[in-house]
Write a protein of this length. Structure first.
Lengths: 300, 356
């Protein structure tokens, strides 16, 4: 007891306590569930064996079964389209807005802050708003498209298998754009103004300055935002629940939503866990890219 | 064409703030011109206006015979060395040097040869593949210089390029920049707040204050014949002493307004019965024999560097005397000072303009 007490007063061993507390916390609340999930993906799990840890070991059967299911490939394809489409849209719109506000007209920073409103909204609320916008009969999006003459008839965004995935992507772009914009704006603001002056003296026009100064100086920020985008899009769940429920006929279903569907609607916990493990690998990859790109920031 | 850069009646406003007031300045081809003055005097604004990074509000700016008022910086063919160096952090030294060539479409082999040539002049040959973050302050400074040199521009613009270096390196780079200027025969405009830099490097010094040019000329002309009290006090180190005084009604002697007013006979005619400011440099004051012409002061402090001794008096305003070598004078003592009449500068008490 005395030793424990003195370890706090003289500081020795206290560092271990400081590391130990968050480490225990992480292990209990993130590490163990993750390991349990991996374990489940190699077991046969049903409603009756749910409470026990030791269950029949089936090796890679869950993985093999998963890839023989007819919907797997199309759902994985949807996931890729969702991730790429969302990230590309969020990044392009976000970067354009960041560059736009970079001009720094009166009220620019105030307006830029206002954009964050979309990001702080709960996914289900955003989903509800977009349900109104996307509505086939009376939605404002259809109205705009028809008034501008881009389409002839109503598009049933949420129930047409050709558009259902894009309906969610559209909402997700709207949701994530402002976060992209804020991070990219911070990156832009960190580029010293005299670099542009030096480049201007060196003969570069605005377009050349963008390609030779802005973009390379933004490399680490862009790497980070895309890695974070990958993580956030693979976490996106609420919008699917609110807008399409993965349908119709899995046309807008993606891996993360399917994992939940398998586990908690079809009670096929083994397969649900298997999808989660596959996704974890991708997220780990994204996390590595993120950590590396923040570490390799260019400093003058 | 002897004038490389000519400014006539140039004005610059920031909103209501009048930063440059009717600036007239001609810079000869191949000369080294220093713009010097306290912060906020407009010297940097003037340099940035030459560069095109600021647009002048009125007047004419002519570079190499062409009017350049609204021309963007990239079309002025001037190279600038920034105070912060502004090196491109994501490029190697070689890429930094050749950026302007690349922008202008020069082929890679040619760019590399040009970089190697310039690096040989500035001593960067073995650093070409390093990044700026891997260089010391002095090396970065050299890269900034080389980046300007490689372009062979109409003129070099320097914006306080030495202010981020330590004192020893600054003295060294001062000589190096001047040597480079002579070697390249280029026109250089150099902004600094340090009058020693201006005096030692430039052929032509322009002293500015509050957006106007107070005086311009050869460095020693400014030292010997300052046009007004400001220039007199700004040029020279330690700074010139200023003593309020009045000339006697017959215009034969000066009454110095220190402690108890003392009369000094200069032996030359003065404007009679007038309020004046007497300016005299510390190095022009000497200790006087007890019976010689001069004035009495009490000594407050004595500082010696070995090579020189600086005596500060207990008078108001205090007077600094710079003596060569060492002195037996101690604090608290009363001494007599004298000076040659030819070294005295007289300024009108009201207008502060020189009366000589």
């Amino acid at each position: 007891m005395k030793r424990v007490f003195s370890s706090v007063t003289d500081g020795r061993g206290f560092d271990l306590v400081l590391v130990g507390v968050p480490f225990t916390f992480l292990l209990a609340l993130a590490g163990l569930p993750l390991l349990y999930n991996i374990l489940m993906s190699f077991q046969e799990v049903d409603m009756f064996s749910l409470a026990s840890v030791i269950r029949p070991f089936v090796g890679f059967k869950n993985y093999v079964d998963l890839f023989t299911e007819p919907e797997t490939i199309s759902i994985l394809k949807n996931t890729v389209i969702f991730v790429v489409g969302s990230i590309a849209g969020q990044f392009l719109v976000g970067f354009s807005l960041a560059l736009f506000f970079w001009i720094n007209f009166p009220g620019a920073s105030w307006l830029r802050g206002l954009f964050l409103v979309s990001w702080v909204m709960p996914g289900l609320v955003v989903g509800a708003i977009w349900n109104w916008i996307l509505s086939g009969d009376f939605g404002v999006l259809n109205f705009l498209l028809q008034q501008t003459g881009l389409v002839g008839g109503n598009i049933f965004w949420r129930s047409d298998p050709n558009f259902s995935l894009w309906a969610v992507i559209l909402a997700n772009i709207w949701l994530g754009t402002s976060f992209n914009m804020i991070l990219l704006a911070t990156g832009l603001a960190a580029i010293p103004a005299d670099l542009y002056e030096a480049a201007e003296m060196d003969g570069a026009n605005a377009w050349q300055r963008f390609w030779t100064i802005t973009l390379p100086m933004m490399r680490s920020t862009i790497g980070a935002i895309i890695a974070l985008g990958l993580i956030f899009t693979l976490q996106q769940f609420d919008l699917f629940a609110a807008i399409t429920d993965g349908g119709p006929n899995n046309s807008s279903n993606v891996a993360q939503y399917w994992a939940w569907d398998l586990s908690f609607r079809q009670y096929d916990f083994g397969k649900g866990a298997t999808i989660s493990v596959i996704m974890t690998v991708f997220v780990m990859f994204a996390a590595t890219v993120y950590v590396r790109s923040t570490r390799h920031e260019v400093r003058g | 064409m002897t004038h490389q850069i000519e400014l006539s009646a140039v004005n610059k406003y920031y909103g209501a703030y009048h930063a440059l007031k009717d600036i007239d300045l001609s810079i000869r081809k191949g000369s080294f011109v220093a713009l010097v003055g306290p912060s906020g005097c407009g010297k940097s604004t003037l340099l940035r206006s030459l560069a095109g990074l600021e647009t002048i509000s009125s007047g004419d700016l002519v570079i190499a015979g062409k009017r350049m008022n609204g021309v963007p910086p990239r079309k002025r063919d001037l190279a600038m060395v920034f105070q912060s160096y502004a090196l491109y952090p994501h490029m190697t030294v070689e890429q930094n040097l050749t950026y302007s060539l690349k922008i202008n479409g020069v082929r890679k082999a040619e760019r590399q040869r040009a970089a190697a040539d310039v690096a040989a002049i500035t001593g960067l040959s073995n650093l070409l593949h390093r990044y700026p973050r891997e260089l010391s302050g002095g090396q970065r400074q050299r890269v900034a210089m080389s980046r300007a040199i490689i372009r062979n521009p109409q003129a070099f613009l320097f914006d306080e390029p030495l202010s981020n270096l330590d004192a020893a390196l600054r003295v060294h780079m001062r000589k190096e920049i001047r040597a480079l200027h002579d070697r390249l025969g280029a026109t250089s405009v150099y902004v600094t707040h340090d009058q020693v830099e201006a005096m030692t490097m430039a052929d032509h010094v322009v002293v500015m204050r509050n957006g106007i040019i107070e005086q311009q000329g050869k460095p020693l002309d400014l030292y010997d014949r300052p046009a007004n009290r400001f220039v007199a006090g700004f040029i020279g180190s330690p700074a010139m002493n200023f003593i309020p005084a009045r000339s006697t009604p017959d215009g034969r002697a000066l009454v110095l307004d220190i402690a108890d007013p003392q009369t000094v006979d200069l032996g030359c005619p003065l404007p009679a019965g007038r309020a004046l400011i007497v300016g005299i440099r510390p190095e022009h004051l000497t200790l006087a024999a007890a019976d010689a012409v001069g004035f009495k002061v009490d000594v407050a402090t004595v500082e010696t560097t070995g090579a020189a001794t600086f005596i500060t008096t207990a008078t108001t305003p205090e007077i600094v005397i710079a003596l060569n070598g060492r002195s037996v004078v101690t604090a608290g003592e009363t001494i007599r000072l004298t000076f040659a009449a030819s070294n005295v500068h007289l300024f009108d008490a009201e207008t502060e303009q020189s009366l000589k």
